[in-house]
Design a protein around this ligand. Structure first.
Ligand SMILES: *Cc1c(COP(=O)(O)O)cnc(C)c1O
Length: 427
């Protein structure tokens, strides 16, 4: 038995499914999850000593790869000064100044410890600000595991949602409306029918939790206009895309100013930091200034914030995103071309350091099209790549990530691996 198998068997006895977050269990692709011991640059090393080029990057945070010396140095220095104070620190101010400078829609920002907390708090704040209860979200967008957002489309004209998870009361889910991503007409209908009930529209402005889906031309602009017209709060959930697709996030790429933004992943550099922020008049409703309560014992933790600040400092270096975007495009288009040459209908899309690889002829525009991909072929490709020493996201429905540590050596190795993997699964 391999060490990975042994660890998984023992973990399953004590940890539900053997993992602390479901997708890690390899449920979608089958087989035994790799237990990682160490990471360095673009590579991770599992419990059996096997090395992999990593295209998950901890699901996004590791913008500069594993164990970047600058990030580690910042963390070590912070650790030496003490782990937590439960009182304000100058580091939190530096993080707030950095975020507000890089993302002009942020007039004020509050730090939390996970993306889930950020979206939950943003929703409560939007409800407190508007005095309304209904939320509009999009099918296939993931906003963490808060009750109000674990909701899928129900049947019926008003698209009142149904729980997508056990334990979410139908009464709670009924306050969330769900429409298809990129379906402008459905959003217009929702606002026409009950626009004065909608507290917030929450959207992944580029969707990265149903593989990778770009907003159609004008889609985000329409959301902006409808929210303004009806007094609803527009929330861009940029937990994944923030500082991943561009320095200022999707809102900088598309030139749209949301009312609130949620951040996470990259801003913690691999440690738990997340944030929500936006319009001053809305943020001013938060405790202790206003009546909307929100708090956290470890919010703005100095060690975590130090890692995030170091991550962002590296991201601000001249040309970083051009370089990252170029490499991401090279490796993902290269994989797609090799797949096509082997006769598979594969295509790829990327923005900055985030990408989608699709086992279907064209990039999907919504969840239904994402679900049309050839999952069987993806799964065989995934395992063939794993055997070749390349670690892709263990699911056909997840986005992938490239870091600044992925250089031309890693990219050429990945492309050679892909060519062999496609040849193998074809045979
Ligand atoms: C990851 C993610 C979240 C949840 O963040 P956690 O830190 O896992 O709680 C929320 N929204 C989006 C868009 C995400 O990608």
């Amino acid at each position: 038995m391999s060490r990975n198998e042994e660890l998984f068997e023992r973990s399953r006895k004590l940890i539900p499914g053997g993992v602390n977050s479901p997708v890690r269990a390899f449920g979608g692709v089958g087989g035994v999850p790799r237990f990682f011991q160490r990471g360095e640059g673009a590579r991770v090393f599992d419990a059996d000593g096997q090395a992999y080029i990593d295209y998950v990057c901890s699901w996004g945070p590791l913008l500069h790869g594993h164990a970047h010396p600058d990030v580690l140095k910042a963390v070590h220095a912070a650790v030496d000064r003490g782990l937590s104070f439960g009182a304000p620190t100058g580091l939190e101010l530096e993080m707030a100044e950095t975020l507000c400078a890089l993302m002009p829609s942020l007039e004020q920002v509050r730090l939390v410890s996970s993306g889930t907390e950020a979206t939950m708090s943003a929703i409560r704040l939007a409800r407190g600000f508007t005095g309304r209860s209904r939320i509009l979200k999009f099918d296939g967008c993931y906003h963490g595991h808060g009750d109000a957002l674990l909701v899928k489309a129900g049947s019926g004209a008003l698209t009142f949602g149904q729980p997508s998870s056990g334990g979410v009361p139908p009464e709670v889910a009924a306050l969330t409306s769900v429409v298809d991503y990129n379906d402008e007409a459905a959003v217009r209908r929702a606002f026409a029918d009950y626009g004065n009930e909608i507290a917030a529209v929450i959207v992944e402005p580029i969707a990265g939790n149903m593989n990778f889906v770009l907003p159609a031309a004008g889609f985000l602009q329409t959301l902006r206009e409808l929210c303004t017209q009806h007094g609803a709060v527009l929330i861009f959930d940029e937990v994944m895309t923030g500082f991943r697709v561009a320095l200022g996030g999707v809102q900088a790429l598309y030139g749209i100013r949301p009312d609130l933004t949620t951040l996470g992943k990259v801003i913690g550099g691999g440690l738990p930091v997340a944030a929500f922020g936006g319009r001053r008049d809305i943020m001013g409703r938060l405790a202790p200034m206003g009546p909307v309560y929100q708090a956290g014992t470890l919010s703005g933790n100095p060690v975590a914030v130090s890692a995030g600040l170091a991550n962002l400092r590296l991201a601000r270096q001249d040309g970083f995103y051009d370089m990252l975007g170029e490499r991401t495009r090279e490796v993902t288009e290269g994989i797609a071309l090799r797949g096509q040459a082997a006769g598979f209908p594969v295509c790829a899309l990327s923005v900055g350091g985030m990408f989608g690889l699709f086992f279907r002829p064209a990039p999907p525009r919504n969840l239904a099209e994402v679900m049309e991909c050839d999952r069987d072929t993806f799964n065989r490709f995934f395992h063939a790549m794993l055997d070749e020493g390349v670690y892709l996201a263990p699911s056909a429905y997840e986005a992938g990530f490239v870091s600044g540590a992925h250089g031309s050596v890693e990219i050429q190795q990945t492309l050679a691996a892909a060519e062999r993997a496609f040849a193998r699964i074809k045979a």
